[in-house]
Structures are given as structure tokens and as C-alpha cells.
Design a binder for this molecule. Structure first.
Ligand code: UD1
Length: 418
């Protein structure tokens, strides 16, 4: 296994190119299954999760080739409908193949994903919506076995609670269903909107994109997708949080500042100066962060995927911060690890109280999920002395070569085997 060895504190200075969004590319890859031919996706980040999704598509009979950051998915001879447990259990987003398989082939056999580092994470909405679209679903030895008679049929479905994954999955399915599908309380995360726009450019008929209510008029077929993946707002936000903690001045290039409004606003409250110039965001920080109160909410609210990183910033704040995660109530595995670095964070249900410490002290810590790992790496950059972040495979799932990019900004970080 790999770990990062970070020696701090060092300020972060310079420029960093933000990569394509992991959470945008995964549903786009699944959407390749909605058409025969070659889907081409540009600005694809070379992440473990992307490589992994390529394996799933290949198991289904598609051919995937990634050169630099362009991914080609050829579905000309794709006819498999079985996504096996061995693959699905490693990545929950594998469930994204369910909608496209049912829509295109009228059948699917997809392993139920298991739990994850922060709770059970159900898929009931994905299943209920597919059934509302007329799919017959059975559970057989841990697999969702689905079929349709004569294809999926338009329906009306309301997501409760609002779900990014279920919205994307059902949207893909509804594109090829016969008749009209009305979806209520849809997720409006940019990654869902990007998927809808890509589908429309390929011939899908979708109204209400970017709003909570989408209306899909089913079509017989769509063309293979051609799409450029949007910048990863969470990756950008992570580097911004790094500057807030470690101080310095960093310009992020290739970003969409609109997607980062809630994060930017919190970082400004923390004391960062943030300047937006088209697709550039420059963040500057001097001195100690100010304490803040943050509540995670669906987009355009503050993202749960930034909760751990901002908590790491608050660990060093001058004052007491409060953080509540309303999306994943127990997404707090980073708390005990940050406390190992000298933070003083106390948990009460889904609310964390962060008593700011003047400094953090390096220590060995263990990464438990993707964003928690990012928080620990940032904390290591800002902490005094050496921090070992173990099990960095989590971070490789969502950040491309993070240690090389942080080192280019002045962090003292290296990867080593253990
Ligand atoms: C996606 C993101 C993840 C992010 C999350 C919330 C991807 C690959 N992952 O995950 O990084 O943290 O959105 O922004 O894009 N729920 C149900 N039933 C369901 C589905 C979800 O009750 O069938 C609940 C969940 O338990 C959670 C809430 O809905 O409380 C939101 O989850 P959801 O938006 O579905 O998250 P994911 O799509 O899995």
C-alpha cells in the first residue's frame, strides 16, 4: 500500500490546473450504454474510479480506451447485462449502469452495492423509479435482476430525499422510455445538469434541466455522446481549503466559479480573499482562519463532499466552529484522525463542534474515505512536523496525482510504499 509523508507547515503558492469532475464523468460513462457506437469524452481525469468504471463497461462488452484525458467507449458490440459483485462492491457509482441497461437492452443483472465508510447509503430510489418506469425487478443472491416487457414506459416519479445518483440513473433510463416521464424533486447538482445537457446534444428530449422538475419525452434512440467534462468543483474547493489552512496564494485554472459559490462564501467568512476572473479563481490567505458555522445541503447549498476539508480548516480557527451534515449524518470518520493531529472536535450526532487550536502537530493518521483523506493531507501540510497519511488509495479514487500537484505549490509531500 501507499502512504503520503507530509512535512509541514508550508504555505501554498502558485497555479494549479483543476481536472475534470469525477462525479460528472461516471454517469457520462454509463450513458455510453444508451447508444451503439463510439462515445468520446474529453477532459476525463485519470482516476482510480474512472479506470474502475472502464473495467465495468468492459465486463459489459464495451471497449474503452483512454489516451491522455480523452476517453473513447465503443459499444458497437456491447451486449452484456451483468455487473458482477466483485466490481460493484468496490464502487457504489456502478449502480449507474442499471438505468442504461434496462433502457437499452430491456434487462439488467447488477449487484446491489454494499454499505460504505459512512453508513448504509441505500439505493431504494433507483429501484423504485425503475419499477415506476415499468421494469420488473427481483433480488436474487444479492443481485438486482431487472427486465421489461416491451421496454420502459414514461411515468411520474418524485425523489424523496433528493438524490444525485438516483436522478442521474433515472434520467438516463427515461431518455429511451416510451412516452413522457415527469421527475420531481430532482437533484440540481452541476454534474446532473451536465449529464442532461450531454444527453440532449445526443438527441434526448429533456425540459427543465437545472431545475427540480424535469420532463423527458422518450425517443427511440440517441447518438453516442460527445462531451467535455466540467471542472471538478470539489477538487477546486479542496485546494482552496488548503490555502485557507496553510496560508499563501494559489490560482486555480479551468474552474467554473458559479459551481463554487457556497464554498467560496464560506472561505470568505473564514478570512480568505477570493478573486474570480473568468475561469480562474485566486485564493489568498494570511493569518489564522476565523471560525464559521456550516451546514451541508444539496446544491446550491454547501456540499457534503467539502465538509471534511472545511472541518480541517476550522480545526485551526480562532474560535469555535459548528458543522452539521444533513446529507450523510455520520460522515465523520475524519474527526478522530484530525483529533490525533491535535484538533479538538467533538461530535454530537450529525453536528460537530470544532474548538480551534493554535496549531496542529504531525502524527500518523489513517484515511478512511476519499474526502476524509483529502482533509488529512491538507491538515498535514498545515501541521508542525511529519504527518503520515496511510491508505491513500482512497485519495487516488478522486484526485489525480495530488501529491505532485501539492508539491508544485510548495508542499513538502511524498508518496512511499509500506
Ligand atoms: C453523490 C456523489 C457523492 C456526494 C453525494 C451527495 C457521485 C458518484 N457521488 O453520491 O460524492 O457525496 O452525491 O452530494 O456522484 N438516498 C436514499 N435512497 C437512494 C439514494 C439516496 O435515501 O436510493 C439518500 C442518501 O442516503 C443520502 C441522500 O439521499 O442521504 C443523498 O444521496 P445521493 O445524492 O444519492 O448520493 P450519491 O448519488 O450516492
Amino acid at each position: 500500500m501507499d502512504r503520503f509523508v507530509v512535512t509541514g507547515p508550508t504555505p501554498l503558492e502558485g497555479e494549479i490546473a483543476v481536472g475534470g469532475a469525477k462525479n460528472a464523468v461516471l454517469p457520462l460513462m454509463a450513458a455510453a450504454l444508451l447508444a451503439r457506437g463510439e462515445t468520446v469524452i474529453e477532459n476525463v481525469p485519470d482516476l482510480v474510479d474512472v479506470r474502475f468504471f472502464m473495467t465495468i463497461l468492459e465486463e459489459l462488452g464495451a471497449r474503452c480506451v483512454m489516451v491522455k484525458n480523452q476517453l473513447k467507449i465503443d459499444t458497437t458490440n456491447q451486449d452484456g447485462c451483468n455487473a458482477s459483485y466483485d466490481l460493484v462492491r468496490k464502487m457504489r457509482a456502478s449502480i449507474y449502469v442499471l438505468g442504461p441497461l434496462l433502457a437499452f437492452h430491456g434487462k439488467a443483472r447488477v449487484s446491489l452495492p454494499g454499505g460504505c465508510a459512512w453508513g448504509p447509503r441505500p439505493v431504494n430510489l433507483h429501484l423504485d423509479a425503475m419499477q415506476a418506469l415499468g421494469a420488473k425487478l427481483d433480488l436474487d443472491e444479492g443481485y438486482i435482476v431487472g427486465s421489461t416487457s416491451g421496454g420502459l414506459k414514461g411515468t411520474r416519479f418524485r425523489f424523496e430525499p433528493v438524490s444525485v445518483g438516483a436522478t442521474a440513473n433515472v434520467l438516463m433510463a427515461a431518455v429511451l422510455a416510451s412516452g413522457v416521464t415527469e421527475l420531481e424533486n430532482c437533484a440540481v447538482e452541476p454534474e446532473v445538469t451536465g449529464l442532461a445537457e450531454a444527453l440532449v446534444r445526443s438527441g434526448a428530449k429533456i425540459e427543465g434541466i437545472g431545475t427540480a422538475n424535469m420532463r423527458i419525452d422518450g425517443v427511440d434512440e440517441i447518438a453516442p455522446l460527445r462531451h467535455r467534462v466540467m471542472a471538478d468543483r470539489i477538487e477546486a474547493g479542496t485546494f482552496m481549503a488548503g490555502v485557507a489552512m496553510a496560508t499563501g496564494r494559489v490560482t486555480m485554472t479551468g474552474v467554473n466559479a458559479e459551481h463554487l459559490r457556497s464554498v467560496t462564501s464560506v472561505l470568505q467568512d473564514i478570512g480568505c480573499e477570493v478573486v474570480v476572473d473568468q475561469d480562474l479563481i485566486t485564493v489568498e490567505m494570511t493569518g489564522r482562519p476565523r471560525a464559521v458555522e456550516v451546514v451541508t445541503r444539496p446544491y446550491p447549498g454547501f456540499p457534503t463532499d467539502m465538509q471534511a476539508q472545511i472541518m480541517a480548516v476550522c480545526a485551526l480557527a480562532d474560535g469555535t466552529s459548528f458543522m452539521t451534515d444533513t446529507i450523510y449524518h455520520d460522515r465523520f470518520t475524519h474527526v478522530s484522525e484530525l483529533n490525533r493531529l491535535g484538533a479538538d472536535i467533538r461530535l454530537d450526532g450529525s453536528k460537530a463542534t470544532v474548538f480551534g487550536a493554535e496549531k496542529l502537530q504531525g502524527a500518523p493518521v489513517m484515511a478512511t474515505d476519499l474526502r476524509a483523506s483529502a482533509a488529512l493531507v491538507l491538515a498535514g501540510v498545515a501541521a508542525q512536523g511529519v504527518t503520515q497519511v496511510n491508505r491513500v488509495y482512497h485519495i487516488d479514487r478522486g484526485y489525480e496525482k495530488i501529491e505532485i500537484r501539492l508539491a508544485a505549490l510548495g508542499a513538502n509531500i511524498r508518496r512511499e510504499k509500506y
